[in-house]
Design a protein around this ligand. Structure first.
Ligand code: F6P
Length: 319
């Protein structure tokens, strides 16, 4: 009987549980034993490994977070911790280790591969910042969560004729911000540090001069301090501004139908590869087809901004 191990690593994303459930189901169907490492790479260092039984999982596909927990392991990135992790993996006689996470976790997967461990990497992050795949698991849900929050914020800001600044997650990737800006009909989208306060003020004044009573500004995280920006705009226009960092609301909650289906497709592809002993790969999706990429190649690719999404923003939303 083949035995595989799964772990979730880094920031959790909605869809990780759906993937675990689908993986467990596919393991049961294919007579494969499924283990999990608790708290991601940390569980490998500490040999904190548990068995997963499909029949005990209940309805976890509907839950955000990760039932097998996640972490940004500090021990795994030390030589000593890494060696322990490799030793522990080898002691379990695994066909392969499945790493679900974002680009930091993919580096970990590549390092394990280089140390002789068979791996499969699954794109699980809200940020959509992995270049080899069109989408990451949890991105669609995070966008929906961001949009739901912005819709609510807009309603209360509209009632008071206030300007609204919202910051969305994405680490250094603009995709959540651009999607949210399009779908919430933002008046201004800020994804570059170089824009500068004066230019923002000029754009906002133009928007106010065009009789917009409640301008909406969407800002990508790690670009600027939106509380400071709200004060600056309020001090330099005749309009009140309020700032909201949407934050972790984006990461939790039930996955969208699209993410649930993606989780199932990722799990089916994973097991197909395990059965065929096609290992040391990253699985993803391009043009609606499941794809498999060599792990080293996948990690080396650099994510570009989503130019098509920016085009839609420019054509449809930009004032
Ligand atoms: O990578 C996912 C993410 O939610 C990013 O969007 C965000 O920058 C980061 O994680 C926050 O990480 P943490 O919860 O560890 O502070």
């Amino acid at each position: 009987m083949k035995r595989i191990l799964v772990l979730t690593s880094g920031g959790d994303s909605s869809g990780m549980n759906a993937y675990i459930k689908a993986l467990a189901k596919m393991c049961k169907k294919n007579n494969i034993e499924l283990l999990a490492s608790l708290y991601g790479f940390q569980g490998l260092v500490e040999n904190s490994i548990t068995k997963i039984n499909y029949d005990e999982l209940g309805e976890i596909q509907n839950l955000g977070g990760s039932i097998i927990k996640t972490s940004r392991s500090k021990d795994f990135v030390t030589q000593e911790g890494f060696n322990k992790a490799v030793q522990n993996i080898k002691s379990h006689n695994l066909e392969c280790t499945i790493i679900v996470g974002g680009n930091g976790s993919f580096n970990g997967a590549r390092d394990l591969f280089n140390a002789g461990v068979n791996v499969i990497a699954i794109p699980g992050t809200i940020d959509n910042d992995l270049a080899y795949t069109d989408k990451t698991l949890g991105y669609d849900t995070a966008c929906q969560n961001a949009i739901d929050a912005i819709v609510k914020i807009k309603q209360t800001m509209d009632a008071c004729d206030r300007g609204t600044i919202v910051e969305v997650m994405g680490r250094h990737c603009s995709d959540i911000a651009v999607r949210s800006a399009i779908l919430c009909d933002a008046d201004l989208l800020i994804t570059e540090k170089s824009i500068g306060k004066n230019k923002i003020l000029k754009k906002v004044n133009d928007i106010i001069d065009a009789e917009k009573k409640n301008p909406l500004i969407v800002v990508q995280e790690n670009i600027l301090d939106i509380a400071e920006l709200a004060k600056y705009l309020q001090d330099n226009t005749k309009k009140e501004f309020r700032a909201t960092v949407i934050g972790y609301l984006q990461r939790g909650g039930e996955p969208t139908a699209s993410d649930k289906l993606y989780a199932i497709n990722l799990a089916c592809e994973t097991i197909k590869c395990v059965v065929a002993s096609k290992l040391n790969i990253a699985i993803g999706q391009n043009n609606n087809n499941m794809i498999v990429k060599d792990i080293v190649q996948a990690v080396s690719m650099v994510k570009e901004p989503d130019y098509k999404l920016f085009d839609t923003y420019k054509q449809y939303t930009k004032k």
